[in-house]
Design a protein. Structure first.
Length: 408
């Protein structure tokens, strides 16, 4: 059984990996739309009533196609959070996310059968795993973050360097984090095996006392349809740099804007695509544009017209946007605290700089600006480096990891 309360590509890929082997009993999730016209109707209604973000949120709630396996949805789980997110009610969205994870884990526990392996995801599995222990059922925890203590050490230091961000919503929500961290740590202890997406995530767990012998590393993938022929066509004109994701302190966007502001070039363009959590003053930087939230298809189009993707994250257990960029032939500049930095071959498909280091970030951006033709000539090498990093490969890696532990 695979259990996750909301749309999440890695969870659905896990379910597919098991279904392809005939080993998936059931995929349990929150509310989803059936694969018929009701989804299109709901999308239009949400767009009319609540705006584009609500429409996009509903569109992601399509019931997964899983051959030979049942999909069980709890209709009330994650519905309120989705509406709160669409309305921009960040505090309520965060509280409902927490409550829904707890409720989902209890509801999923009621569907657990004996002689199953149960796959759960961090923060949404505690009650489910406790029930599994009672039934002597094997548990696999899929962790998509780093250990809380590892995370805290990084961000507490960065908040001290930039105290102006202590007035942000993210800072105010920290009061809720400690009980959530206790829940995650309790889930680590109940898991027979833990799947993490990167060496960074694994190191954070091991350094915090999680036994290394219980951890498997399986890198995430990207869809095979994300590699267009146009990705090998050089662009003309000034440097075009793309950031895609939540425009936030945690992703290091304040550092990217600082580094960009010191570039001597007056013609380059930095596009930031995603929900903005920074202040309006942060965007008073020459040569920047902010698109706001965009669809996945729009992100791919932006990648096709960019010369470089930058993910300046302070800490990311993976950073799937890196994989997506590589499979489109787009060179990547990221930090050592991005798990997907494992995929970067320095100077071949991108570069890695220390996290939080504005001078290093600026230096590499300046090189790209003065060597834009060399940067564009990298695209074929970038595409070649991404071969084998599809979701198909990810599912194979997952099955191999589970088989090594006699969990498949």
């Amino acid at each position: 059984m695979v259990a996750f309360p909301r749309p999440f590509e890695p969870a659905e890929q896990l379910a597919r990996a098991l279904a392809e082997r005939g080993a998936l009993t059931e995929y349990v999730t929150g509310f989803v739309w059936p694969l018929d016209d009701s989804e299109a109707i709901a999308t239009r209604a949400a767009g009319y009533l609540l705006g584009r973000r609500a429409s996009a949120g509903v569109r992601r709630r399509i019931r997964p196609r899983l051959t030979g396996a049942a999909v069980h949805a709890f209709p009330s789980v994650d519905l309120g959070r989705t509406i709160a997110a669409a309305l921009g009610w960040r505090g309520l969205e965060d509280r409902l996310w927490e409550l829904d994870d707890h409720r989902f884990a209890r509801l999923a526990a009621g569907r657990l059968s004996t002689n199953e392996v149960v796959h759960g995801y961090e923060h949404a599995s505690l009650e489910l795993f406790r029930k599994a222990r009672e039934k002597r059922t094997a548990t696999v925890l899929h962790v998509s973050s780093v250990h809380p203590s590892f995370h805290d050490a990084i961000f507490d230091r960065e908040y001290e360097r930039h105290p102006e961000f202590k007035s942000s919503v993210s800072w105010r929500l920290r009061e809720r984090r400690h009980r959530r961290d206790e829940r995650r740590i309790a889930e680590y202890a109940l898991a027979d095996a833990i799947i993490v997406p990167s060496a960074l995530s694994k190191r954070s767990l091991v350094e915090s006392g999680v036994p290394v012998e219980r951890i498997e590393t399986v890198a995430l993938g990207a869809g095979p349809d994300t590699r267009p022929p146009a990705a090998q066509t050089p662009h003309a004109g000034p440097l075009r740099v793309l950031y895609a994701g939540k425009v936030s302190f945690h992703k290091g966007c304040h550092l990217l804007l600082e580094a960009w502001a010191h570039l001597s070039s007056k013609d380059g363009l930095l596009t930031l695509a995603g929900q903005n959590d920074l202040t309006a003053a942060s965007f008073a930087v020459r040569g920047t544009e902010f698109t706001g939230p965009v669809s996945q298809a729009d992100v791919f189009q932006l990648m096709d017209s960019a010369d470089l993707l930058v993910l300046p994250t302070l800490c990311d257990s993976f950073g799937m946007v890196i994989t997506e960029a590589l499979t489109r032939g787009l060179p990547v500049l990221t930090t050592a605290n991005a798990g997907a930095a494992d995929l970067i071959d320095e100077g071949v498909n991108g570069w890695v700089v220390p996290a939080g280091d504005v001078p290093s970030l600026h230096e590499r951006l300046a090189w790209c600006d003065s060597h834009v033709d060399d940067l564009r000539a990298m695209r074929a090498r970038v595409l070649a480096s991404a071969v084998g990093r599809t979701w198909d490969a990810h599912r194979t890696d997952l099955r191999n990891a589970l088989s090594r532990r006699n969990l498949l």
